[in-house]
Design a protein around this ligand. Structure first.
Ligand code: UD1
Length: 420
């Protein structure tokens, strides 16, 4: 097991290039099940979640290889229609194979995902949607069984905006017979990236980037090469890190449009931000002003950035509020920040941050991916040394983070430890 040892108080300066998006890649990968053949996805981050998904696809018969951020697939010989518990328990996005397997092979058996570190995460919308497309769904001994002769087009409204359910429905409806109309669809850039790849594969999708998607199913799709989009959550994390250390960074290979909301908030709290093409420059001097954020589906403030934002608000002289409307209990990082001296109160789905206290280095423990990012950010500005345990959570979603932070001037080391 690895931990990070971080000495606080170093200003971040310099250039950093943003990696390919983890969440977008996880949506693109199952598309290779829709048409047999070879595919390459460029700008693929080398991350634990990508390895987990590759192993899952491997168990279904897809050969996957990741070299120098290029992910190669051969899906010519599918041998199984199952996503077993051992994969799904590691990563909920495993349920993305449901749509393509049932659409192309008429059957799928997927382990039901359980809860996760930030509360219950149901998959009812995925299942209701598949049923609307004509799949017969049964639940048996912790598994979802889906069967269909051929899926048919249907109208489906997502009661709640859901990235995962929209991904599954797009994948399935692309090969269904007839037209599907999906309303209240998620518009996150990761969903749009999948829709674009599907169109390249021969799918007919209208309304990409909007909440209403019309998909005219086709009989066959074909393999493609695709380039993954930049990771907006990683980018937001670096921007917040620079703001916290009163640094000055230039971020390249980013899509600023995907970060409009986060950048506006950073400017509101006092950062100077310059956007040119695929580059964002951020400079900050002095502490941020207090501010309130409320997470919302895209283009709102991302739930995946609220933990990092709360860390930034610890430095503001005054009271700030972080409200999460998507995952209402996603505050597992708060007790750990409190151990560093943070003054935060949780009321319902809001973290009330009384900022301005000095943070002190100590040992803290990550509970999920974005929680670990929040602890690392706090450690970058804490007095003394912080040990952040269980960085395997962080490794799911940030590529070589310690190297890239070091290159910007942080004092951070990965250390192997027996501590758990
Ligand atoms: C994706 C992201 C995750 C991000 C989240 C919200 C991936 C791999 N993960 O997760 O990082 O935090 O979007 O932006 O891309 N819901 C239901 N029923 C369902 C599905 C979802 O009630 O069948 C609820 C969820 O509990 C949550 C809300 O809908 O309250 C949004 O969840 P969703 O967008 O589906 O999140 P994920 O796709 O799991």
């Amino acid at each position: 097991m690895d931990k990070f040892v971080i000495e606080g108080g170093h200003r971040l300066t310099g250039k950093v290039s943003v990696s390919g998006s983890k969440n977008a890649l996880l949506a693109l990968m199952p598309a290779v099940l829709l048409a047999p053949g070879t595919y390459t996805i460029h700008n693929s981050p080398n991350l634990r979640d990508v390895w987990t998904f590759s192993r899952l696809l491997g168990s279904i018969g897809v050969h996957c290889e990741l070299n120098n951020n290029e992910l190669f697939f051969d899906s010519s010989n599918i041998t199984s229609y199952e996503a077993p518990y051992e994969h799904v328990k590691k990563m909920r996005a495993s349920i993305y194979v449901l749509g393509p397997l049932v659409a192309r092979y008429g059957k799928a058996k997927i382990s039901l995902p359980g809860g996760c570190a930030f509360g219950p995460r149901p998959v009812d919308l995925h299942l209701k949607g598949m049923e609307k497309l004509g799949a017969k769904i049964t639940l048996d001994a912790g598994y979802i069984n889906a069967e269909a002769e051929r899926l048919h087009g249907a109208k489906f409204n997502f009661d709640i905006s859901s990235v995962g359910a929209t991904v599954n429905m797009l994948l399935a409806a692309s090969l269904a017979k007839g037209t599907s109309l999906l309303t209240n669809s998620a518009t996150e850039p990761e969903v749009t990236a999948l829709a674009r790849m599907l169109v390249k594969m021969g799918a007919k999708i209208d309304g990409i980037g909007t909440t209403t998607l019309e998909i005219e199913g086709v009989d066959e799709l074909h393999p493609v090469d695709e380039t993954n989009i930049p990771d907006r959550i990683e980018a937001a994390t670096f921007l917040i890190a620079a703001a916290m250390t009163q640094g000055k960074i230039t971020m390249t290979n980013v899509n600023p449009y995907h970060l409009t909301n986060v950048v506006a908030k950073l400017e509101e709290v006092g950062c100077t931000v310059d956007v040119t093409g695929e580059t964002i420059e951020l400079e900050m001097s002095g502490p941020p002003s207090p501010s309130h954020i409320t997470t919302a589906p895209y283009p709102g403030f991302p739930t995946d950035t609220q933990a990092q934002w709360t860390a930034l608000m610890l430095l503001a002289n005054g009271t700030s509020r972080t409200t999460d409307t998507i995952y209402t209990t996603r505050f597992g990082y708060v007790p750990e920040l409190q151990r560093m001296g943070a003054n935060i109160e949780i009321v319902d789905n809001t973290a009330i941050v009384y900022g301005g206290n000095k943070l002190q280095g100590t040992t803290v423990m990550s509970s999920d991916l974005r929680a670990s990012a929040s602890l690392i950010l706090a450690a970058l500005v804490a007095e003394g040394k912080t040990d952040v345990l269980r960085v395997y959570h962080l490794d799911r979603g940030y590529e070589r983070l310690e190297h890239r932070l070091s290159a910007l001037g942080a004092n951070i080391k990965r250390v192997h430890t027996e501590e758990y």
